[in-house]
Design a protein around this ligand. Sequence first.
Ligand SMILES: [Zn+2]
Length: 115
Amino acid sequence: MSAHMCCEKVRKGGDRWRSYYRPCKRPGSVERDGKWYCGQHDPVAREERFQKSVAETKARWAEEAKANRIRAAAPQLLEALQGMFDLVGDRAPEWDDSRIDAAVAAIAAATGETK
Ligand SMILES: [Zn+2]
């Protein structure tokens, strides 16, 4: 038994109109502003867990946004790449700049980068 118990109150029951709380049963492991907290209820550790969760969510959203951009640009990319293959396949001495521009635009749309 620690000299200090965690000061946090945890929900022990209730219904949709009211909640009942009891003191946390864990010993306090860290003191913050004169109050003792267990590892789970330590405000600093809670904030770190929250910020980690926010960072993970933002990273997941960025990945989804990237995937959505590529999906949206897929028809344009395909057409542009086919144009490039036509260009190389013909081995034409005169390069068609409009097809190069289309490939550049498709890649920009897929990557989200604009110049
Ligand atoms: Zn606690």
